[in-house]
Ligand binder design. Structure first.
Ligand SMILES: [Fe+2]
Ligand SMILES: [Fe+2]
Length: 261
């Protein structure tokens, strides 16, 4: 009998000081549907430590029930407090990915924020002004971080969390003028070099829910506003099941059969 690990993924919570009481109900029943919760960046709205503190209170029950794995988003950098936010979330049991790896039941997780720059031949090139070169360099560094963490994963199942998109298709619905600020093909190139099972990203609030890299790796945009539109207000997250070999972890939660999702 095949076993699966069940994942729930959502991004762009944009937790504010006034968000007390608004996220806990969203995740109240997530333990019935999933064995781990994945958060794809923009955890806070203005990148304030106080906003992150509100979020840790909202997620307290979930953290007690299952691993909560997250990457930061650009909003989490807005006030220059990203390291403090990272520390606070880690202190409250949330697993932060920034080029590091985590494993549950033999399934490997890695991720990074990512960065913009655009896609394929239309992507920004490191040419001309120093500011342009610095922008492209930042995008390349994020992709290299992802690539080296993927190279360290030796699990059969490999799950990637990003904030920025690695492909254009999950941005369709946004104004094409802003596509270059929503993701970068450097991330896709890194993904394509490894046997990645699935990729989740946020950042594109008005984009499309799914697409594939050129090597057919499934990519899901799990931005909260999209998830609300696609699923429900009560459970606005995408569920995904990944086959596992280990039979000894979360025995009470692992489903008996692989189901199509
Ligand atoms: Fe966002
Ligand atoms: Fe964002």
């Amino acid at each position: 009998m095949k076993k699966v690990l069940r994942l729930a993924a959502v991004g762009d919570l944009h937790c504010k000081l006034s968000s007390t009481g608004s996220f806990a109900p969203l995740f109240k029943r997530v333990h019935e549907h999933a064995d781990a919760l994945l958060l794809c960046g923009d955890l806070t709205d203005y990148g304030l430590v106080e906003e992150a503190r509100v979020l840790t209170n909202e997620l307290k029950e979930v953290v007690d029930q299952m691993p909560v794995i997250a990457v930061l988003g650009n909003h989490d950098y807005q006030s220059g407090k990203q390291l403090e936010i990272q520390d606070l979330l880690s202190d409250h049991g949330i697993i932060l990915l920034d080029g590091n790896c985590y494993e549950i039941c033999g399934v490997g997780f890695t991720g990074t924020k990512g960065f913009g720059g655009g896609f394929k031949k239309r992507g920004l090139q490191a040419w001309g002004e120093d500011a342009i070169k610095a922008f492209v360099e930042e995008s390349r560094l994020e992709a290299m971080k992802l690539e080296s963490s993927l190279a360290r994963l030796d699990s059969t199942g490999r799950v990637v969390l990003l904030h920025y998109s690695p492909i254009r298709d999950t941005l369709i619905g946004e104004s094409p003028e802003i596509f270059p600020f929503l993701g970068s093909s450097f991330l896709e190139e890194a993904l394509n070099r490894h046997p990645v099972s699935v990729v989740f990203h946020g950042h594109s609030h008005g984009g499309s829910p799914e697409g594939y890299t050129s090597r057919q790796i499934p990519v899901y945009n799990v931005s909260l506003s999209l998830m609300r539109r696609l699923f429900s207000e009560e459970a606005p997250y995408r569920l995904f099941q990944i086959e596992i070999e280990s039979t000894e972890c979360f025995p009470d939660r692992i489903q008996e059969e692989v189901k199509d999702v």
